[in-house]
Design a binder for this molecule. Structure first.
Ligand SMILES: Cc1cc2nc3c(=O)[nH]c(=O)nc-3n(C[C@H](O)[C@H](O)[C@H](O)COP(=O)(O)OP(=O)(O)OC[C@H]3O[C@@H](n4cnc5c(N)ncnc54)[C@H](O)[C@@H]3O)c2cc1C
Length: 493
C-alpha cells in the first residue's frame, strides 16, 4: 500500500468521531510540497505544474504575496533579463496548485509529514525547501536597533520610504546591488555611503567600470525611471519583523516607489567613505543627529538612521527537520547537481542551499535572482523525474555563470569569471569603453575568453557566451577583438 493510500485510509476511519473531524480538516495531502513563495519556490512549482499538470502541488509560504518572473527577455542562450512580479498568493493557484499562507513548523522526513504553526498537517511525497536567506546586518548595540534598517522585502522598503521623508541624512552600509540602486534612485536627502572597498559596486564591477559610472552618479537622471505597469497589492499582516518573512526583493523593487526625501534637491549630497568598515554604531546625544557610526579609520559619521545593505547570509539552523541534514561549508543546505539534499525525498533550491556539486569551469554560486530561478526550475525538473522514475541530467544553465542586472540606469551583464574569480591574477584583460554608452571587459586566460562584463546595450551577450563555451583561441585577433570597427559577431556566430 502506498504512503498516500495509507493516509487516505486513516482519514476514512478517523472521520467517524468529532475530534478526528477536526484532524481531517487540518490535514492535507499532496504529491509535491514546496516551502517558500520566493523566486525559487514559485519557479519550482511552475516547472512541476508544466511537467506534471495533474499532480497536486502545495506551496506553503509565510507571506501572502509571492514572487513570479515576468517580462523575460532572452539576451543569449544563457543570459536573461526579467522583472519580478508580486502576486497575491491566491492568484497563483490553479486546479492542482494550492497556496497556503502559514509558517512551516516541523518536518517528519521518514513519514513524510510537515506541520505548520497554524496547526495544519501536510502529507507529501516529495518536498522542496526554498526558504531563502536573511539580510546580513552590521553589528550594533541593542539600544540603536530601531535606527537600523535592513532592506530585504517589500515591508522593509516601505519603512525605508517612510524614514527618508522625515530625515536629513542617512548612513548606507554595503557595496552590492541594493546599495548601488539606493544611491542611484534616492534623491533629496544626504547619504553617507560606507564601503569597505576602493571602488563602488564592487560585488559586480571592477574599478574601471566604477569610474565609468561615476559621472552617472554625479548627474543622476532618474527621469528615465520606467514605471513597470502592474498591479500592486497591499498585504495585510502583522508588522513584527520576525513574525513573517516576505520573499526577498526583485530586480525592480524601487521602480514603483517615490524614493525622494523631503529636502530640496540642492541639499542632496552623497559622500563616499572608501576602504571603511563599521566599528560601532551608537546613540549620540551631543550632535544634531541621533546616531553615530564609528568607522575603522576612526572617522565618525552622524545621521538620522542607518541602512544596512550588506547582502544576505543563509539560514544555518533547520530546527524544523527531525533528522540531521548535510550542510555546505557556509552552513546552508547542501544539494547535489539535481538539487537533492542528503535526506531522501527532500530537495532544496535558491538562497537556502549550497551548490555542492562539482562546478563547471565557468560557473560559481552567488545568491542572486537568476540563480534562485534556475535552481527552482532545476529542482522542479528533478522532482518530476523522480516521480516518473526517469533519469535526468543537470540543466545546461549551470555550465556558465550569467547574471543580468541594472546599475545606475545601465544594463549590466556578467558572464563566467567576469571578475577574474579563481584565476590567481593569471589572466589578461581587454577593454572597450565608450563614455556614457558602453563598457566592455573581456577576461582572457591563455588567449581564451573565460569571462566578460558588458555594460550598456552591447548586443554581445550571445557571442561572448559562445566564445567562452567553445573555448575559441582568440590569440590571432590580438587587441582587434574589441575594435569597434570590427563586428566580432560576424567572426563567431
Ligand atoms: C538585501 C538584498 C539585496 C539583494 N540584492 C540582489 C541583487 O542586487 N541582485 C540579485 O540578483 N539578487 C539580489 N538579492 C538576492 C535575491 O533577492 C535572492 O537571491 C532571491 O530572491 C532568493 O530567492 P529565494 O526564493 O531563494 O528566497 P526568498 O525570495 O527569500 O524567498 C523565501 C520565501 O520563503 C518563505 N519562508 C521562509 N521561511 C519560511 C517558513 N519557515 N515557512 C514558510 N515559508 C517560509 C518566505 O516568506 C519567502 O516567501 C538580494 C537579496 C537581499 C535580501
Amino acid at each position: 500500500m502506498s504512503h498516500l493510500e495509507t493516509t487516505q485510509n486513516t482519514m476514512m476511519s478517523t472521520s467517524q468521531n468529532s475530534s478526528s473531524n477536526k484532524k481531517e480538516i487540518n490535514q492535507k495531502e499532496c504529491t509535491f510540497l514546496i516551502i517558500g513563495g520566493g523566486i525559487a519556490g514559485v519557479s519550482c512549482a511552475e516547472t512541476i505544474n508544466f511537467l506534471l499538470p495533474g499532480e497536486k502541488i502545495i506551496l506553503l509560504t509565510e507571506s501572502s504575496l509571492i514572487k513570479s518572473v515576468t517580462n523575460l527577455v532572452q539576451l543569449g542562450k544563457f543570459s536573461q533579463r526579467f522583472d519580478i512580479q508580486e502576486v497575491v498568493s491566491k492568484e497563483f493557484e490553479k486546479p492542482n496548485i494550492e497556496v497556503i499562507t502559514d509558517e512551516l513548523s516541523t518536518i517528519k522526513s521518514k513519514s513524510k509529514e510537515a506541520t505548520t504553526k497554524g496547526g495544519l498537517k501536510i502529507i507529501y511525497n516529495l518536498m522542496c525547501i526554498c526558504t531563502g536567506s536573511r539580510p546580513k546586518l552590521v553589528n550594533f548595540a541593542d539600544n540603536v536597533s530601531s535606527y537600523i534598517l535592513g532592506i530585504r522585502d517589500t515591508d522593509s522598503v516601505k519603512e525605508f520610504q517612510k524614514r527618508i521623508k522625515t530625515s536629513k541624512r542617512f548612513g548606507l552600509i554595503g557595496n552590492g546591488g541594493i546599495a548601488s540602486e539606493i544611491i542611484y534612485e534616492i534623491g533629496n536627502i544626504e547619504i553617507e555611503w560606507i564601503i569597505k572597498d576602493q571602488h563602488i559596486s564592487s560585488t559586480f564591477i571592477d574599478q574601471g567600470a566604477a569610474k565609468f559610472f561615476e559621472s552617472r552618479l554625479k548627474n543622476k537622471n532618474t527621469s528615465d525611471k520606467m514605471i513597470v505597469k502592474r498591479m500592486r497589492y497591499v498585504e495585510e499582516r502583522e508588522t513584527s519583523e520576525n513574525l513573517k518573512r516576505g520573499a526577498a526583493l526583485g530586480p525592480d523593487w524601487h521602480r514603483l516607489l517615490d524614493m525622494k526625501g523631503n529636502m530640496s534637491s540642492s541639499s542632496e549630497n552623497i559622500k563616499v567613505h572608501y576602504n571603511s568598515e563599521v566599528k560601532s554604531i551608537s546613540l549620540c546625544t551631543d550632535n544634531n543627529f541621533p546616531v553615530c557610526i564609528e568607522l575603522t579609520n576612526d572617522e565618525k559619521v552622524f545621521c538620522d538612521f542607518v541602512v544596512s545593505a550588506t547582502g544576505v547570509e543563509p539560514y544555518k539552523t533547520f530546527s524544523f527537520l527531525d533528522e540531521a541534514i548535510k550542510l555546505g561549508e557556509d552552513g546552508s543546505i547542501f544539494v547535489d547537481d539535481l538539487m537533492r539534499t542528503s535526506i531522501d525525498s527532500i530537495y532544496a533550491a535558491g538562497d537556502v542551499c549550497y551548490a555542492g556539486w562539482e562546478h563547471s569551469e565557468y560557473w560559481h554560486q552567488m545568491r542572486l535572482w537568476t540563480q534562485a530561478r534556475q535552481m527552482g526550475m532545476m529542482a522542479g525538473k528533478s522532482m518530476a523525474a523522480k516521480f516518473n522514475n526517469e533519469e535526468i541530467y543537470q540543466d545546461f544553465c549551470f555550465e556558465l555563470f550569467s547574471h543580468v542586472t541594472k546599475l545606475y540606469g545601465y544594463q549590466v551583464v556578467l558572464l563566467g569569471r567576469y571578475n577574474g574569480q579563481g584565476l590567481d591574477d593569471d589572466y589578461e584583460l581587454l577593454f572597450r569603453i565608450t563614455p556614457d554608452k558602453e563598457y566592455i571587459k573581456f577576461v582572457l586566460k591563455n588567449g581564451r575568453l573565460v569571462g566578460a562584463l558588458l555594460i550598456g546595450e552591447t548586443g554581445l551577450e550571445e557571442t561572448c557566451e559562445n566564445l567562452i563555451l567553445n573555448k575559441i583561441d582568440l590569440t590571432p585577433f590580438g587587441d582587434d577583438i574589441l575594435d569597434p570597427n570590427i563586428d566580432i559577431e560576424d567572426y563567431f556566430d
